[in-house]
Write a protein that binds this ligand. Sequence first.
Ligand code: ATP
Length: 307
Amino acid sequence: MHHVIVTSNLSLHYQGKRALDRLTLSVERSGVHAIVGANGAGKSSLFRVLLGFQAPTAGSASSASILGCDSAHLTPALRGRIGFVNEEHTLPGWMRVDQLTAMQRRLYPQWNQARYAEVVRNFNVGPAQLISQLSRGERAGVNLALALAQSPELLILDEPTLGLDVVARRAFLEALMSASIDSDATIIFCSHQMEEIERVADNLIILERGALRHMSPPFDFCERVQLWVAEFPFRQPDSSHLPGVLQVQQIDGLTHFIVFDQADDFGARLRLMGARSVHSMPVSLERAVNGFLARGHIANAPIAAAA
Ligand SMILES: Nc1ncnc2c1ncn2[C@@H]1O[C@H](COP(=O)(O)OP(=O)(O)OP(=O)(O)O)[C@@H](O)[C@H]1O
C-alpha cells in the first residue's frame, strides 16, 4: 500500500455549504504532509470523514479510505493504528498524568513507553499533576507523547499548535520531529503557520473550498511563485490580462505582483506596460501560499488608478 489516504470525488455538504467538494486526493505513505487552506477550506471536515466520525454526502464514484480501509467501516484494530491529536487537546482533566498514561498503555498493544518518556521529557510535566492543572502547551505535549507512544502507522494532527505561544509551539514541533518514530510512519497535520510547515513538512497540500488546489514539496511550490516589483511612473496599468498573476498589491508607490509559473519574460511584459525599475525576487512560503489563496479574490481586481 503506497498511499495512506485515498479519496475520490469526496463531498461533504452542510445545509448547502460545501465543506468538501468532490475532493480527489492521495497521500503517500511515510514522511510529513502538511495540509493548508484558508479558514473553512475543509481541513477538519476531511479528517472527520476519513476517521469515520462523519458520513460524507453521497455521490457517484465517491470514496474515502485510510490505511487501505473504507472510512465508513473502520474496525477498532485499524483505529488502533491511527493516532489523532486535535487542537483542543481534550484529555480527561480529572486524571493525573500517570493515571492517564497507565490507561493508554493498557489500551494500545504497540505502546512504546520509552518513546512516551522521550517525548514527555521535552515538557515540564510531573507524573502526579492533574491534567486540568497543565498549561495548554503542556497539555499539547502530553497529548503528543500519548499519541506517539501508541506507535501509530499514521498520525493525524489537526492544528496541534493552535493557541500555543512561540516557545510552546517550538517545543511541540521539536518533540514531534525528534521522536524516534518508525521510518515508514506517516504524519499528516494541518496548520496556518507556514514557518512550521517550512521546517517540518516534506509535502504541501493546499485545499481551497473543499477541493485540492496544489500538492508538492513546499520548496518546489515556493520555486514556482515569484514576486515582481515594478514602478509605474505614469499611470497604473490594467494587469488583468497578465498571465499567472496571483495577487497585485500597491506598497509604498510600487506595484507588487505575486505570480505563478512565470519566466523572466514577465518582467519584459511589465516594461512593455510602462514599468521602470522592474525586479523579481523569491518569496517565503507564507507569502507564496497567501498569494495562491488570494488568487481569484484580489488578483483579477483592477488596480486602482494612480493619483
Ligand atoms: N457542523 C457543521 N455544520 C455546518 N457547517 C459546518 C459544520 N462544520 C463545518 N462546517 C462548514 O464547513 C466548512 C469547512 O469547515 P472545516 O472546519 O472543515 O474547515 P477548516 O479548513 O478546518 O477551517 P479552519 O482553518 O477554520 O479550522 C466551513 O464553511 C464550515 O462553516
